[in-house]
Design a protein around this ligand. Structure first.
Ligand code: 13P
Length: 249
């Protein structure tokens, strides 16, 4: 049985006040217990505040990005060691917004994945196709190539200490969620691809779905055999919505 993960990617949203309010509402809402592993990914500037606030709760804190480098003259970057030092447990790598806007190639993403693990963070590897790639029938080719870059760079064993997230770009922030069947098809494909290399790792790997997950659609998505939780953007900024998603676990 794979435990469901409810992960909130806050993206470039928030303030000290919002971090305080949102996390205290989540803590209160989760006090009675939850079946989910709960993760939040605030922007860099609020990580330390978030880590302090979640103490004594089930919530864990991750970052949205890390540098490929260990340290040194990389102005504006954050290293995995710094994130670990701040108390982060997880880090997103390969989010489609970074692939598109920051020109991160799958090879760079694989380097970040390796660096996350080297510094003791759990990488959450995001893969997903654009609308035109889907319409051209290339969804599986695209996600397989994104996964393959990590396999080439880090080996299949590295997937044992990671989380995978399938986030179709056309479903992100659009209100257009993949149907549970569409999500399941890609999740099963990803798991089968890994299964051919290592069945045990494939079976225990948690694969999250991301793209307009809300309180109202989380249960149907999480009910699919290979959907092991959600990576939630917009709805994770609303404690009521995010708690509903946690409850769907
Ligand atoms: P939305 O839930 O806002 O569609 O964002 C999904 C996402 O990109 C999470 O990383």
């Amino acid at each position: 049985m794979r435990k469901i993960i409810a992960a909130g990617n806050w993206k470039m949203n928030g303030s000290r006040e919002m971090t305080q309010t949102l996390l205290s509402e989540l803590k209160t809402g989760l006090q009675a217990g939850t079946n989910a592993d709960v993760l939040v990914f605030p922007a860099f500037g609020y990580l330390q505040q978030a880590v302090e606030l979640v103490k004594g709760s089930v919530i864990q804190v991750g970052a949205q990005n890390l540098s490929t480098a260990e340290k040194g003259a990389f102005t504006g970057e954050m290293s995995g060691a710094m994130l670990k030092d701040l108390g982060c447990t997880h880090v997103l790598v390969g989010h489609s917004e970074r692939r598109a806007m920051n020109h991160e190639t799958s090879e760079v993403v694989a380097e970040k994945f390796a660096m996350a693990q080297k510094t003791g963070l759990v990488p959450v590897l995001c893969v997903g196709e654009t609308l035109s790639e889907r319409e051209a029938g290339n969804t599986k080719v695209v996600v397989a190539a994104q996964l393959q870059a990590v396999l080439d760079h880090c080996g299949v064993d590295s997937l044992a200490d990671s989380v995978l997230a399938y986030e179709p770009v056309w479903a992100i922030g659009t209100g257009k969620t993949a149907t549970p069947e569409q999500a399941q098809e890609v999740h099963a494909f990803l798991r089968n691809t890994l299964s051919a290399l290592d069945a045990k790792i494939a079976d225990s790997l948690r694969i999250l779905y991301g793209g307009s997950v809300k309180g109202a659609n989380a249960s149907a998505l999480f009910a699919m055999q290979d959907v092991d939780g959600g990576l939630v953007g917009g709805a994770s900024l609303d404690s009521g919505q995010f708690l509903e998603i946690c409850a769907a676990a």
